[in-house]
Design a protein around this ligand. Structure first.
Ligand SMILES: *Cc1c(COP(=O)(O)O)cnc(C)c1O
Ligand SMILES: [Zn+2]
Length: 415
């Protein structure tokens, strides 16, 4: 089956063969994978998808890989949880959590994009993969490179959380900590990518890499029973995930796989300390003003997002909006999700929960409508955010009388 037309410029529409290129030579626009939907229509059905493996590769026909996955065979198909307790707290009828805090193998949705990028790197015969990362991408690239027996160079801002640094180093990549912001790391990586023949997953492999995020959107629709929700609240860093969830829903519609109308509103969630995309939405302008990040949500701390313009357009086109979350609101969001649903998410998830709450309170999301909140990473990687907030309640000697006294004490203090 010849399913790809190749790559296509998102701005001027010029076509390119499917090779490791990412910018248009004529207008410098970003390139995107272009599928032959007429061909796909004849082979992709609900049955063919359901007959696939319980992983993102059940959507393989809609991903830009030639053969089988080379790495990451168990990535994706994470739980979509009906969050009844959270719904009650938020005062909203139908709330779902798409839970990629348990995405295999590195506990964030980045495994989806990396599995595609590394498979592609092997197809194109690269022996080295690389990335600029705010943390989760570093973990995932290092893990998949190890599995694929490729060399890896990982570039991170030097002030990254210890948990994310460790969860990269354990896979034995070459880890380069750069004294600078993510945006400076990324600029450096563009220069390195020009000089060395490496597969930079989010630079020269970005057109392929970003397609992996579609699987998150496909899963939401399939797991809802082939239905598109009323709202999806998406955490934004570079702004790619939100655009690809939207693309996924539109592709399913094109292929006739969705029941009923598609009227999903896509909402962007960002930290107040690094929210250039949400600022565009609030100011209703397609001009992005870069910021210098200052937030505990480091995985979202991209001040000059590559897909910021397209993320803005996605919210506009779908009729969605956006919300900022302060550091305090981020921590409250993490604790709220943990307390109500038993799900421990990282700071990015705190941003999404806080943003969803604001959008509901503002009436942007109506209380009778269905909303999916995107939880994209695991809390055990960012314990730093909580160390000073949470404390052991009772410290005692190992005796029953000591516990009895402590319990009486606790009860007398309870309100
Ligand atoms: C990278 C990341 C995002 C945002 O992804 P973009 O596609 O860059 O917008 C969201 N959540 C987590 C946990 C991430 O690591
Ligand atoms: Zn172009």
């Amino acid at each position: 089956m010849e399913k790809l037309n190749g790559l296509r410029c998102r701005e001027c529409g010029r076509r390119y063969p499917a090779t490791p290129v990412h910018v248009c030579e004529f207008c410098f626009g970003p390139l995107e994978v272009d599928y032959r939907y007429d061909v796909l229509k004849t082979v992709v059905t609900r049955e063919s998808i359901a007959a696939g493996p319980p992983s993102m590769w059940r959507y393989r026909d809609l991903l830009p890989v030639e053969g089988d996955a080379a790495v990451g065979h168990h990535v994706g198909f994470t739980p979509l949880v009906r969050a009844q307790n959270l719904a009650e707290e938020l005062g909203c009828r139908e709330v779902w959590i798409k839970n990629d805090s348990v995405c295999h193998p590195s506990w964030s949705f980045k495994d989806r994009v990396v599995a595609v990028a590394v498979t592609k790197a092997k197809e194109f015969g690269f022996d080295t993969v690389a990335c600029a990362s705010t943390g989760n991408l570093a973990n995932s690239v290092a893990a998949h490179a190890a599995e694929g027996r490729l060399k890896s160079y990982i570039f991170i801002p030097a002030d990254l959380e210890q948990g994310k640094v460790l969860a990269t180093l354990v896979y034995s990549p070459t880890l380069v900590a750069v004294h600078g912001t993510y945006d400076e790391v990324n600029r450096l990586c563009s220069e390195i990518a020009d000089k060395y023949r490496w597969a930079f997953v989010n630079v020269n492999f970005r057109p392929y890499y970003s397609e992996g995020s579609k699987s998150y959107g496909f899963e939401i629709v399939e797991q809802l029973g082939w239905r598109a929700p009323g709202h999806i609240v998406v955490p934004c860093a570079g702004g790619s995930l939100i655009t690809k969830i939207w693309k996924a829903i539109k592709e399913f519609k094109t292929l006739g796989l969705v029941d009923g109308p598609v009227a999903t509103k896509m909402h962007a969630a960002q930290a107040a300390g690094c929210g250039p995309i949400v600022t565009m939405i609030k100011n209703d302008t397609d001009v992005l003003v870069p910021v210098k990040p200052n937030t505990i949500a480091k995985s979202l701390a991209i001040g000059n997002p590559a897909d910021g313009y397209y993320a803005y357009k996605t919210t506009k086109e779908s009729g969605g909006f956006g919300a900022h979350a302060t550091d305090d609101e981020i921590v409250e969001g993490m604790l709220l999700l943990a307390r109500t649903e038993g799900i421990f998410t990282e700071t990015a998830g705190g941003v999404t929960v806080a943003a969803a709450r604001k959008l509901i309170e503002a009436g942007v999301i109506q209380r009778t409508e269905s909303v999916v909140i995107c939880i994209t990473g695991n809390g055990l990687k960012t314990p730093d955010a909580l160390y000073e907030r949470l404390e052991v309640h009772v410290k005692i000697k190992p005796s029953l009388s000591a516990f009895d006294r402590a319990l009486a004490d606790l009860k007398s203090h309870a309100v």
